[in-house]
Design a protein around this ligand. Structure first.
Ligand code: ATP
Length: 251
């Protein structure tokens, strides 16, 4: 089997005297959709911050695509092929949908400002921006101001911006938060489609989404992974039921 695209070993994170992440081991295989679930305050967002470089671990190793990345800046990790969206929408509301995605597409290339490369660079960025808009089905909204999109369209836009770096691994933090049942179903299909051929690490509270989207699930409780397995294995895992899922999944 090829090595995991992401591998955490003994990862710890303390804030002052309080240890929030307490020795996490976690592997995400290339191309798999992996969900991270756990009760409120278990440390899921903190773990995401550690993987994406927004926080540095207190101890342990994080290897992404064969490189030890612990302590790298978010930009450097992003350029290496890790795309991340945030719980709080990260778009520019006064710019059009197209302009928002173009900014993300330009960031991947480190923006080529030199005179000779400029025109060629802009043409390819334009094409890539169009392709990203098509992937998230927003091409008809290209000239709309991002701030005028519906909530779920804004999340689609954010997804396009996350995909702009052509990531090998996509981190999504609660992509369904605040969505209606219809919006959730639509976004679930969209995420399934756009992550084909990439690895996905997902934090999501909607268990129906988690169990239908994930190939494997890891359960984080009080800063430690207590189980990793297929949806069926997690559903039937006694320790997980006791610690967290209870009747919700047994039902
Ligand atoms: N910068 C910080 N300084 C101090 N404590 C923090 C900091 N960030 C997070 N924490 C604490 O770490 C714990 C885990 O928080 P985190 O947001 O990672 O949990 P979570 O599993 O994502 O929760 P939720 O499901 O509610 O989003 C919480 O008790 C939180 O208060």
């Amino acid at each position: 089997m090829s090595p995991p695209i992401l591998s955490l070993r003994g990862v710890r994170k303390s804030f002052g005297p309080t240890e929030i992440i307490r020795g996490v081991d976690l592997d995400v295989q290339a191309g798999e959709r992996h969900a991270l679930i756990g009760p409120n305050g278990a440390g899921k967002s903190t773990l995401f911050h550690l993987i994406s470089g927004n926080l540095a671990p207190s101890a342990g190793s994080i290897v992404f695509d064969g490189q030890a990345i612990a302590g790298w800046s978010p930009q450097r990790i992003n350029r290496r092929g890790l795309g991340r969206s945030f719980q709080i929408t990260n778009i520019f509301p006064k710019l059009t949908v197209f302009e928002n995605v173009r900014i993300a597409a330009m960031q991947r290339d480190g923006v080529q400002y030199t005179f000779w490369r400029r025109i060629e660079g802009l043409a390819s960025i334009r094409a890539r921006t169009q392709a990203l808009l098509e992937q998230v089905r927003l091409q008809a909204r290209a000239t709309t101001l991002a701030g005028e999109l519906s909530y779920s369209e804004q999340r689609s836009l954010e997804l396009a911006m996350t995909l702009a770096c052509d990531p090998k691994l996509v981190l999504l933090d609660e992509p369904m938060a605040g969505m209606s049942t219809e919006e959730t179903q639509y976004t679930l299909e969209l995420i399934h489609a756009v992550t084909a051929g990439r690895a996905l690490l997902l934090v999501e509270h909607d268990m129906e989404v988690v169990f239908s989207l994930a190939d494997r699930i890891s359960v984080l409780v009080y800063g430690q992974v207590i189980a990793t397995g297929t949806p069926d294995e997690i559903r039937n895992h006694q320790g997980v039921r006791e610690a967290y899922l209870g009747e919700e999944v047994a039902a």
